[in-house]
Design a protein around this ligand. Structure first.
Ligand code: G4P
Length: 507
C-alpha cells in the first residue's frame, strides 16, 4: 500500500512569499476560507504571551507550527519553519521531520542567504526539493538567469515545468509545459481564477525564450528528484494565485510518501505494524503560568489510536496518550488515529524531550536528530545571586526545549549558554523573566564554539585531567570542549587523534 501522506516544509528567505504561499496552499486544500487568515491567526496567537512580544516587535515568527490539509485524497502535512535570519535549531530540527521541501525564491532576488542555509540542511538529509519561483507578476530576472542561479548556487539539476509569459507590466499568464495551456489573469486584480487557454502565437522573442527554456534543461526525472539531485521548477505568483495548483499537484504526484527513518543500523519502515515516532520539537505552552508543553512527534510507523500507550526512550515507562493533538489549519482537533508521516502534538509536563523516540516496545531508537554546535556563547550573570536554583531549573528546561544549549564548566561557577542564532538569546532573557521570574544578563564568554568529545573512556579521562579549564558538561552530563576559536578545535583534534571533536551530537 502506498501512503497518501505528504509531509513537507517550505524553505525560503524572509519576504520571498512563504506566508502568502502557505495561505494559498491551505485555501486550495479548503482548510481556510479567506486569504489573510494565516496572518490574522498568527497575530491572535502571538498576542497570547509575553515572551512572544519579541515576535511582534520584530515581525517574525519564532515558533513553528503544523498545518494539515487534504486534496484529491492526499493528506498534506505542512510544517512551518521560522524564516528569519536568526533562526534556531528548531528550524533545523523541523527539517528532520519532513520527507520533502518546497523552496520559494523571489524572481527578482534569486537564491538568498537563508534559502541557501536551509537548503544545505535539506541536502545533508537528501530531502528532495521542488522550487517555486515567486512574484512573476512583477519585474524579475530573466528565466535563464534564475534557472542557472539555482543550478549553480545549489549544485542541482533544474527542470523547468512552467514559464511566465512576460513579467511585471508585460505579464500575460503562466504557461504549463505539461499540457501547453496558459493560466490567464482576470479582473482588475489580475489574479488567476481558473481561466486557462491553449497556447496561441507568441511574439518572436518570447517564443524563442520559451523554446530555449523547454529545450535547454534536463527533463524531469523522478529518481533524480527523489535522490535530491534534481529540482523541478515552477514559476508563479502566490499573491495572484498562479502556479499554486500545479505546485500542489506536483507534491501529490512526485513528493515522496513517508520515508523509512534511521534507527542505528536499522531503517524503520512506515509499513512496520508497531507505532513509532520521534520528538523533533517541544514547545512550552503559550500561557506562562502553566508550565505544560506540547511535544511534536513525527510518526514513523504504525497506526496510532488515541489512548494508546507508548514508551518514551528518555523516560523508560509507558505513558498513555489520551489527548493527542492533530494540527488542522482551522483549529486543533482531537486526533483519533494517525498514520506514518503525521505529526501528533502530545501535551506533557516535561517527560518528553527533543530527540526522544516513542514506541510500543521500547526497542527502537531513532538516530540522526542532531544538536548543533553553538556559534554564539554567553555567560549567564544573575542579577539576584540567591536565584541560582531557579536559574539552573530554567536553563535545564529551556535547553530541553531546544531554545538554548547549556554548558556547566568544570571549573568556575558561571554557566554558559550557547545558541545558533542571536534571536535565541533574546528569547532566553525574556522567558527567564516572564516564566521563571529570574533576572539575568548575558556577558561575553571567552569561548567561540563548543565540541562534543567522544572516545574511549580512558582517553576521555586522560584528556579531562589536563584540560579541565576548557571543559564543561552539557545538560545530559556529556563532556564538551569549549574552544576559544575554530583554530583551537583543529589544534586539539590534531593533538588528540584518539578523540573525536564533534560539531553535532546525536541523541
Ligand atoms: P514571507 O512569509 O516569506 O516573509 O513573505 P510574505 O508571504 O509575507 O510576503 C512578503 C511580501 O511579498 C508581502 O508584501 C506579500 O504580499 C508580497 N508577495 C508575496 N507573494 C507575492 C507575489 O506573488 N507577487 C507580489 N507582487 N507580491 C507578493 P508586503 O507588502 O510586505 O506585506 P503585506 O502588507 O502585503 O502583507
Amino acid at each position: 500500500m502506498t501512503s497518501n501522506r505528504r509531509t513537507f516544509a517550505i524553505i525560503s528567505h524572509p519576504d520571498a512569499g512563504k506566508t502568502t504561499l502557505t495561505e494559498k496552499l491551505l485555501l486550495q486544500g479548503g482548510a481556510i476560507h479567506l486569504a489573510g487568515e494565516v496572518k490574522a491567526r498568527g497575530q491572535a496567537r502571538r498576542a497570547r504571551s509575553d515572551w512572544m512580544k519579541i515576535e511582534q516587535q520584530r515581525g517574525i515568527s519564532v515558533t513553528s507550527s503544523v498545518m494539515t490539509f487534504e486534496k484529491d485524497g492526499i493528506t498534506f502535512n505542512l510544517l512551518d519553519t521560522p524564516g528569519h535570519e536568526d533562526f534556531s535549531e528548531d528550524t533545523y530540527r523541523t527539517l528532520t521531520a519532513v520527507d520533502s521541501a518546497v523552496m520559494v525564491i523571489d524572481v527578482a532576488k534569486g537564491i538568498e542567504s537563508q534559502t541557501k542555509k536551509l537548503f544545505e540542511v535539506c541536502r545533508l538529509r537528501n530531502v528532495p526539493i521542488i522550487t517555486f519561483v515567486n512574484k512573476v507578476d512583477r519585474e524579475g530576472r530573466s528565466l535563464f538567469e534564475i534557472l542557472d542561479e539555482v543550478a549553480d548556487a545549489l549544485a542541482l539539476d533544474v527542470s523547468p515545468q512552467s514559464a511566465p509569459l512576460g513579467m511585471g507590466g508585460l505579464f500575460t499568464g503562466v504557461l504549463d509545459f505539461a499540457d501547453d495551456t496558459v493560466a490567464k489573469p482576470e479582473g482588475d486584480s489580475r489574479e488567476y481564477r481558473g481561466k486557462r487557454e491553449p497556447l496561441g502565437d507568441l511574439p518572436d522573442d518570447l517564443a524563442e525564450e520559451i523554446e530555449l527554456v523547454r529545450e535547454g534543461y534536463p527533463e524531469f526525472d523522478l529518481e533524480a528528484y527523489r535522490n535530491g539531485d534534481l529540482t523541478p521548477v515552477f514559476f508563479g505568483s502566490a499573491l495572484k494565485n498562479f502556479g499554486v495548483e500545479e505546485l500542489i499537484d506536483a507534491i501529490a504526484k512526485w513528493a515522496p510518501p513517508p520515508r523509512p527513518q534511521p534507527a542505528g543500523e536499522e531503517q524503520i519502515s512506515p509499513e512496520r505494524d508497531e507505532v513509532t515516532g520521534f520528538i523533533f520539537k517541544v514547545q512550552a505552552n503559550m500561557d506562562p503560568n502553566h508550565r505544560d508543553r506540547i511535544a511534536f512527534m513525527r510518526q514513523v510507523s504504525g497506526t496510532f489510536k488515541r489512548g494508546m500507550k507508548l514508551t518514551p526512550s528518555g523516560f523508560g515507562k509507558p505513558i498513555a496518550i489520551h489527548s493527542p493533538i492533530l494540527f488542522f489549519a482551522q483549529d486543533r482537533e482531537l486526533a483519533d488515529t494517525a498514520e506514518a508521516g503525521d505529526i501528533i502534538g502530545i501535551p506533557n509536563h516535561g517527560t518528553l524531550r527533543v530527540g526522544d523516540t516513542l514506541s510500543e516496545t521500547n526497542k527502537v531508537r531513532f538516530t540522526g536528530l542532531p544538536n548543533f554546535a553553538p556559534e554564539i556563547l554567553r555567560r549567564v550573570a544573575l542579577v539576584d545571586p540567591t536565584k541560582t536554583k531557579q536559574l539552573r531549573k530554567a536553563l535545564d528546561d529551556l535547553s530541553e526545549e531546544g531554545v538554548i544549549q547549556v554548558f556547566y564548566p568544570e571549573i568556575g561557577a558561571q554557566w554558559i549558554v550557547g545558541v545558533v542564532g542571536q534571536l535565541q538569546l533574546e528569547v532566553l532573557i525574556s522567558r527567564l523573566d516572564a516564566e521563571y521570574k529570574v533576572a539575568a544578563n548575558l556577558e561575553a564568554s571567552p569561548f567561540a564554539t563548543a565540541r562534543w568529545i567522544k572516545g574511549a573512556q580512558k582517553d576521555l579521562d586522560e584528556f579531562e585531567k589536563y584540560n579541565r579549564a576548557t571543559l564543561a558538561k552539557d545538560r545530559d552530563g556529556d563532556l564538551v570542549f569549549m574552544a576559544k576559536s575554530p583554530w583551537d578545535v583543529g589544534y586539539q583534534q590534531e593533538k588528540h587523534p584518539e578523540l573525536v571533536f564533534s560539531a553535532t551530537k546525536e541523541r
